[in-house]
Design a protein around this ligand. Sequence first.
Ligand SMILES: [Zn+2]
Length: 291
Amino acid sequence: MIPTIELTGINIPLFTAFAFVIGACVGSFLNVCIYRIPLDVSVVTPGSHCSTCGTPIPWYHNLPIVSWFVLRGRAACCGVRIDRRYWMIELLTALAFAAIFWKYHTHGLGVVLAYALMTAGLIIASAIDMDHFIIPDRFTLGGAVAGMVCSTLVPALHGQSTAFAGFTESLRGAFVGGFVLWAVAMIGSKVFRKEAMGMGDVKFIAGMGAFLGWTSIVWIIPISAFIGSIFGIGMIFSKGGTWGTRMPYGPFLAIAAFFWLFGGSYATDSYFAHLKKSLETAPLTQDAYKP
Ligand SMILES: [Zn+2]
């Protein structure tokens, strides 16, 4: 048995605010990862410095979210414009961590940390995919390994109580996610005669399955396709886009996976319960319609 670290008797609004602040700081580190990992540069050394003139950035100009607004979007050293994506990723991470804590604190500290870790991975992978149209293996295959380790340590992620059961559910999730999407990718490339979905996406969803279990795949695939379609139509009606404009698919998968934590699992469970009920009553209905 693995002990669950309960989060009881604490001030929930205060700790949610605390989770927001931690999320903002983690988001700041995620920005470093997003920028440096594809360039194969250490994420630890050197410390933060201006990418234009090389001046080290003092801590008071490097505060998550706020510094960008204090400096009005320009570097203090040389005045170069700082991409607003930096504070947006910090705010996104902060909001995500606060939301995860708020919703899952009753499930124990392990569940909160595991979902926070997964979300950090989703954000880095999505941003790198948007920049480079690739998701490095360390976030996809690495994510699958991280999901299995977390599920073994925190079986409650899959509603299980033993390490072995948690690991088994995680493995099943990774397999279903990886295999189903691989099949979709194969069929897609045959039908459209071009790569409909990269193998990076397949590995990415295997990682999601490892954290969230196999039923999440039933949610992630259609919902990501739906969000992607809405976005694609939006692109066509705005400037520049046409049918076939290249779009990374990773971010849509990531959004769908995140919303699994906030309603997706409930919707899927309800759907399966409804399906089971209608299959049980189906023979009776057929009899009723016999001529
Ligand atoms: Zn500079």
